[in-house]
Design a protein around this ligand. Structure first.
Ligand code: PQQ
Length: 250
């Protein structure tokens, strides 16, 4: 009896368990995204989102470098390094980071101000730092599982492109290039990541740990939007955080 209880889920059942976490907890369900994609954000709310999400953007390649620094298998490193290349790109053309700063410019912000990280809310810093630390310290399987929120990202990126194009003057092919590119980049990442997790989580204990990692990551994303809502929709801007009018493009 004990053996049956402790058996891992089948590959399909485990994948369904992971997908159910996204269906219940992914940040596409957060009211801030409804507001943003529905055209109800003020220009300053959009700017606050661009400034604070810079924290996430800027830390993603750092967490991927932290991950790679722990990987002994050259095949895994080779597969993973694409993520850093996607965000940093080459000297001439840049990558996702530069595309995010183009969005910052399009919404009227000084890209150097955004890139400085000054004005990011404390809660955003804490949430994103927690993700980087998680990837640095937890087992590799848990770190890969945490990245699987990207399973759910193409849907929200498509909704975002459509919603922003429909409702905001700043939105066009060039300002939204970041999201357009992610539509093809993210599915490649998750194909690899999902296969890795389904293959390596070969005990119930490891499956539980991977599910917990994915849940943790949904919290990292959700907490950032809660902070944004509290600060800029409800008007409780924390000390030191960006105030409308600051950091504007000259
Ligand atoms: O716009 C979004 O909602 C969203 C979510 C996520 C995510 O689910 O973590 C990522 C991204 N975008 C993204 O653009 C990105 O490059 C990315 C990398 C990762 C990761 O954990 O390695 N998540 C995400």
């Amino acid at each position: 009896m004990k053996d049956i209880q402790d058996a891992p889920l089948s590959r399909d059942a485990f994948e369904a368990r992971l997908r159910a976490i996204g269906a219940e907890r992914y940040h596409d369900r957060h009211p801030f995204h409804g507001r943003l994609h529905g055209g109800h954000c003020t220009p300053d709310e959009v700017r606050a989102w661009v400034i604070n999400r810079w924290m996430y953007q800027s830390r993603i390649p750092m967490k991927d470098a932290a991950f790679m620094s722990r990987v002994e298998d050259p095949d895994l490193r080779r597969a993973w390094r694409k993520r850093i290349e996607d965000h940093d790109g080459g000297t001439a053309e840049g990558g996702g980071i530069r595309r995010w700063l183009a969005l910052a410019q399009a919404v009227g912000l000084d890209p150097d101000y955004v890139a400085s990280g000054v004005g990011i809310m404390p809660a955003t810093r804490f949430a994103v730092d927690a993700y980087v630390r998680f990837v640095r310290e937890m087992p590799l399987l848990d770190a890969v599982a945490a990245s699987l929120t990207e399973l759910f990202a193409p849907k929200i990126h498509a909704q975002r492109i459509e919603g922003l194009l429909a409702h905001y003057h700043f939105a066009d092919d060039s300002s939204l290039a970041y999201f357009k590119k992610r539509l093809t980049e993210a599915p490649e990442d998750v194909k690899f990541g999902l296969n890795y997790v389904l293959t390596h989580a070969n005990t119930l204990e490891k499956q539980d740990a991977a599910a917990a990692a994915l849940t943790f990551k949904t919290d990292v994303l959700w907490a950032q939007l809660d902070a944004l809502w509290h600060g800029y929709v409800e008007g409780n801007i924390p000390p030191g955080a960006w105030r409308p009018g600051e950091g504007m493009a000259r």
